[in-house]
Design a protein. Structure first.
Length: 147
């Protein structure tokens, strides 16, 4: 996705992912705000109350949220409570929520709830998404983009 941002004139990227912040360094006219917090070396990202406090003071136009697991009844879940908390803070700060979830993430449930489906505006997935899942998304009124 980062390579597609190079054509944009002016953009501010807010992230807690160190690898994303580093990749953005090569792009001109891109301002990167790295959210501070406790370092998670497994995910190479920052987590915790400092990240959540940073986000609480921001108004974000769009958040691109990666999903670890999605259940049609429960919504978006994660296996880490700390990651789920940061994702919820990102959703609260955003005007539009775009969920990035390939077909392998569906019909799985983590133990920590992130957000319900009504918090999601758009879902981007791959063309292997089962038809019944695609129909359930569209019935909820969520825009679905298959790439």
């Amino acid at each position: 996705m980062i390579k597609h941002l190079a054509s944009l004139d002016t953009l501010t990227i807010i992230t807690n992912a160190l690898n994303v912040a580093a990749e953005m360094g090569s792009l001109t006219d891109i301002h990167v705000l790295l959210l501070g917090g406790a370092m998670n070396y497994k995910t190479f990202s920052t987590l915790g109350p400092l990240v959540e406090q940073n986000l609480a003071g921001l108004v974000v136009q769009k958040v691109f949220l990666a999903a670890q697991s999605i259940d049609n009844e429960v919504g978006i879940t994660d296996t880490s409570m700390e990651i789920a908390q940061v994702k919820r803070a990102m959703v609260r700060a955003a005007r539009q929520v775009i969920l990035l979830a390939d077909s392998s993430k569906w019909k799985r449930t983590g133990f920590s709830k992130v957000v319900p489906f009504d918090a999601i505006h758009t879902i981007v997935s791959d063309t292997n998404l089962p038809e019944e899942v695609a129909q359930a998304i569209e019935r909820r009124g969520i825009e679905l983009l298959l790439v």
